[in-house]
Design a protein around this ligand. Structure first.
Ligand SMILES: Cc1cc2nc3c(=O)[nH]c(=O)nc-3n(C[C@H](O)[C@H](O)[C@H](O)COP(=O)(O)O)c2cc1C
Length: 342
């Protein structure tokens, strides 16, 4: 089973759904000695299988695949969703709000069949039997957690490692329950969870340089997972309008405006105008706004699409992934040799 100690740099490239962490980025990270990740979220199972094959053709090194866990409970109240749809109708073409499970079963089966080295979960954690099935296929199983309570649930179900997502992080909050807000900063979360388990911890959220990675290693992490820091690499399939937002020094905030689930992105007009009114209704609102967001992306309009990014987005480097890993690793070594270095 995959062992983090086999990486030459303790750096994990975060899965970034929406077409950002595609095989080219993951392969470059793996080849450079980090752990690259594919994001299965929002993708058809056949497309995920094709991406795994493409990645395997490009690298023989281990890699990860991230899967979204379906929201528990029934569909969101249709009236609440309809009210939000009415509110944003003037923004452009809307989609049909619907509850689906993002092909959860098929993706689990695929991960086991393809013997994916690391399978990570977000928005929850599967029950123990599913975790055992992945173990039987040789997959290491990681859980994304945002609180010590979520960590306990994942550990009880058999998680091999925990990805600790601090409040600084870009993209969706990995919370098991969108309404149970408990927004811990990364260092606090890391120290709280380090006190309850000996499984490897992967620290994530707002990290962009080697000194930050050194800090989380000193605080008990086995590795750091960086998302936004990789989004400007030429291998990342980040859209031009999203790249421009990441390069800017605009503030970020957490919003349900685009998907009905809390997520951090660069603040834009849509977030400002609709954020407070947006219901907790994922994935209904995700499907509702999908056509609007695709059109905005194609038109290069930064005000009507999600611009997911972590708090430190302005420090992302537009350099090849291998160079980024090398620079981060050199900074990390320097910081560990003298933690007082800037
Ligand atoms: C554009 C973008 C897309 C993301 N998509 C996913 C995803 O599909 N699955 C997931 O577990 N996390 C996702 N995340 C969150 C990352 O796993 C990670 O928690 C976050 O990037 C860490 O914060 P940072 O961006 O400041 O490094 C995404 C983050 C960003 C910025």
């Amino acid at each position: 089973m995959f062992d983090l100690g086999t990486l030459s740099a303790p750096i994990v490239q975060a899965p970034m759904a929406g077409g950002i962490s595609m095989p080219a980025l993951a392969a470059a990270v793996c080849e450079a000695g980090g752990l690259g990740f594919l994001a299965a979220g929002y993708r058809e199972p056949d497309a995920v299988a094709a991406e795994v094959a493409e990645l395997r053709a490009a690298t023989g090194r281990p890699f990860g695949l991230n899967v979204f866990v379906p929201s528990p409970g029934g569909p969101a109240d249709p009236e609440v969703v309809a009210r939000y749809a009415q509110r944003i109708a003037a923004e452009g073409e809307l989609g049909e709000p619907r509850r689906d499970d993002d092909h959860f079963e098929a993706k689990l089966a695929l991960a086991a069949d393809l013997r994916v080295p690391v399978v990570s979960f977000t928005f929850g954690f599967p029950v123990a039997a599913r975790c055992e099935a992945l173990h039987a296929a040789g997959c290491a199983v990681w859980a994304t957690v945002t609180t010590p309570a979520e960590a306990e649930v994942a550990l009880a179900a058999g998680a091999d490692a925990l990805v600790l997502q601090g409040f600084e992080a870009g993209g969706h909050r990995g919370s098991f329950d969108d309404l149970a807000a408990n927004d811990l900063g990364l260092l606090t979360l890391l120290r709280l969870v380090a006190g309850i388990t000996a499984v490897p911890l992967i620290a994530s959220g707002g990290l962009f340089d080697g000194a930050g990675i050194a800090a989380v290693l000193v605080a008990g992490a086995a590795a750091a997972q960086l998302g936004t820091a990789f989004a400007l690499c030429p291998e990342a399939a980040t859209s031009p309008v999203h790249r421009a937002a990441i390069e800017s020094d605009a503030p970020t905030d957490v919003t349900r405006a685009f998907t009905g689930r809390r997520a951090r992105g660069v603040v834009n007009r849509f977030m400002r105008e609709h954020g407070e009114a947006a219901p907790s209704a994922y994935p209904e609102v995700h499907h509702l706004t999908a056509p609007l967001r695709s059109a905005a992306r194609a038109a290069g309009d930064p005000d009507r699409l999600h611009l997911w990014a972590g708090q430190a987005h302005a420090r992302a480097r537009a350099i090849p992934a291998a160079q980024l890993i090398d620079e981060l690793d050199a900074e990390l070594r320097a910081a560990l040799a003298d933690p007082r270095l800037p």
